[in-house]
Design a protein around this ligand. Structure first.
Ligand code: ADP
Ligand code: MG
Length: 406
């Protein structure tokens, strides 16, 4: 830390602090993320170091540049570039309700997609895409930040982060405790696009239970028709409840209204480099089983289960499905099944057996008598009711005809 001079603390997330510093070597400002790792088991600490190493290799114009990392006094420090333009969340809030132009939204969105493509192409998930993790540089370039940090965290911290942190970007599958995958990042990307179009969160509610319900239903207020059909239909695709139906980041960038903007943000060399993968993927494939997709390092099961936590049913079953299930269910057994009586009898002596049979017979007789008694009472009541009704009817007829019966 002695290479840096602390300027101020700029934030404190559930995982640690974000400090604005000034380098004593080059005089430039940087942001240092401090992550407490002393409480982590050594295996997880090792994993964190590996993740930081992956992070260190990332270099892209639309990703906040990593500088270095070091460990000191039980904390892991990650040094990265400082983005002077602040984050997208602040930018959205400073609009005071004035909507952004479609041009602006698409320019930003393409840059976010280019960053995410770089990450996904390396089979890495961001896991924390939100407007607060998307930054603007001095010249207005978009940079995706905090990338990889989520993976550096252990599952316990991650669980806390999901519960304490911003829950607006949770995807339906995470609410249903299914694995986090690349398409969960795409859902969050949809949330960011929606925020840029409406200056509001797509899924908002007064409490966590209602929020989870809205996310699972995938219902969000429509975006202004002032925006193009292409843009609105893209949003609908990103918000598909089934992760498989959501497009990959490469196919999003393939859309002509977005692909035409790429050359404004990447040099031709970088375009060739970044899209080489896509080109290779597009070659005709020999039929084989689908790739297993991205397998997150942290076991998915460890991700928090907001739906159950907040008392929301995990699956909304179709009526027909539910009806079928109930029909399949065995009828409820009201009396002791014969087989169980036999089992009891088999273990008894002859005398005991006779006693049991006799007991059973008496019980049945009593039941029969009780039933007969009930039936008799019911029949009597029924006749009484009919008689009363007849009487009432006659009284009514008599009174309406002046009470004279000839
Ligand atoms: P969170 O992402 O949970 O909001 P962080 O600790 O990552 O918390 O960030 C805290 C604050 O620091 C946020 O306001 C964020 O905009 C800002 N910040 C984080 N990283 C950078 C960065 N590289 N450049 C400029 N501001 C940053
Ligand atoms: Mg952050």
């Amino acid at each position: 830390m002695d290479k840096y001079e602390k300027v101020k603390k700029i934030g404190e997330g559930s995982f640690g602090k974000a400090i604005l510093v000034k380098s004593k070597e080059d005089g430039r400002p940087y942001v240092i993320k401090e992550i407490g790792i002393s409480g982590m088991p050594s295996k997880e600490r090792q994993e964190s170091r590996k993740e930081v190493a992956v992070l260190a290799k990332m270099s892209h114009p639309n990703i906040v540049q990593y500088k270095e990392s070091f460990e000191e006094a039980g904390s892991l420090y990650i040094v990265m570039d400082y983005c002077e333009g602040g984050d997208l969340f602040k930018k959205i809030n400073s609009q005071k309700g004035v909507l952004f132009s479609e041009e602006q939204i698409l320019d930003w969105f393409v840059q976010i997609c280019l960053a995410l493509k770089h990450v996904h192409d390396r089979k890495i998930l961001h896991r924390d895409i939100k407007s607060q993790n998307i930054f603007l540089t001095k010249d207005g370039t978009i940079q995706l930040g905090d990338f990889g940090i989520a993976r550096v965290l252990n599952s316990t911290v991650e669980l806390a982060r999901t519960c304490i942190g911003t829950p607006y970007y949770l995807s339906p599958e995470i609410c249903e405790n299914k694995p986090y995958n690349n398409k969960s990042d795409i859902w969050a990307l949809g949330c960011v696009l929606y925020e840029m179009c409406t200056l509001k969160h797509a899924f908002e509610a007064g409490n966590m239970k209602n929020l989870v319900l809205k996310i699972i239903r995938g219902s969000y207020p429509p975006v202004s028709v002032h925006y193009s059909h292409e843009l609105r239909s893209l949003l609908a695709q990103l918000f598909k409840r089934n992760p498989r139906e959501r497009p990959s980041v490469s196919s999003i960038l393939d859309k002509s209204f977005l692909s035409c903007r790429i050359e404004r943000f990447l040099t031709p060399q970088l375009i060739a480099q970044e899209f080489r993968h896509t080109f290779l993927h597009k070659q005709p494939k020999i039929a084989k089983r689908p790739a297993p997709g991205f397998i997150p390092l942290t076991p998915a099961q460890k991700i928090t289960k907001p739906a159950t936590k907040y008392g929301v049913p995990l699956t909304v079953r179709k009526v027909s499905d539910a009806a079928r299930k109930s029909a399949e269910r065995k009828p409820a057994v009201k009396h002791k099944p014969v087989s169980s009586l036999l089992t009891v009898m088999m273990g008894c002596s002859e005398k005991k057996r006779m006693e049991l049979i006799e007991k059973e017979r008496k019980q049945r007789e009593q039941m029969f008598l009780l039933k007969a008694e009930q039936m008799k009472r019911y029949e009597k009541e029924k006749i009484n009711r009919i008689n009363q009704a007849r009487e009432q009817g006659w009284k009514h007829v008599l009174s309406s005809s002046g009470g004279v019966v000839k």
